[in-house]
Design a protein around this ligand. Structure first.
Ligand SMILES: [Cu+2]
Length: 170
């Protein structure tokens, strides 16, 4: 399992090198398209809503259920009130499951995984992190803490992106 993952990463890296030619320098070889089904990273000036979230050692996000309109750009302000690190990753349910598998592999190799993904923010104990995200697609997504054991203990939040919330505001 571990070996297979390493080989996959190696192979992928090599093929990216092989196909990276002039004009393709902006191609992010390590970005998994599926992980962006929930939308895309948002820009500061596009923010039209701020959502404050508490991440606690009770393995909960509070609140943990959001209704969002398609096209909204949200600044998530994630405050870690606990004594252990937490993270906040916006993805599909399947995307977060894949992310947890990758984290388990990284841990098995003896290290923690660094989170540079644009759909994720890691928050140290007592700190506050921010993530700006544009929800361009309708659907049901989730915010998850994929640190081993946390999601399973309940550290996830539902994000419903639908036009119905838009209708309610008009
Ligand atoms: Cu956590």
């Amino acid at each position: 399992m571990l070996l297979k993952t390493t080989l996959t990463v190696l192979t992928f890296g090599l093929s990216t090198l092989a196909f990276a030619g002039p004009g393709h320098s902006d191609d992010h070889g390590d970005n998994d398209q599926a992980s962006f089904a929930a939308g895309q990273p948002g820009t500061e000036h596009a923010v039209n809503r701020v959502i404050r979230v508490e991440a606690s050692d009770r393995m909960r996000f509070n609140p943990d259920d959001w209704a969002i309109q398609p096209g909204e750009t949200v600044r998530f302000v994630v405050a870690n009130s606990g004594q252990m690190p937490h993270e906040f990753v916006i993805d599909t349910v399947q995307g977060n499951a894949k992310h947890r598998d990758a984290m388990m592999d990284a841990m098995a190799e003896g290290g923690m995984m660094e989170h540079n993904d644009p759909n994720a923010v890691s928050v140290a104990p007592g700190e506050t992190g921010e993530l700006i995200w544009t929800f361009s697609e309708k659907g049901t997504f989730e915010a998850a803490c994929n640190i081993p054991g946390h999601y399973e203990a309940g550290m996830n939040a539902r994000i419903e992106v639908s036009k119905e919330t838009l209708a309610q505001n008009h």
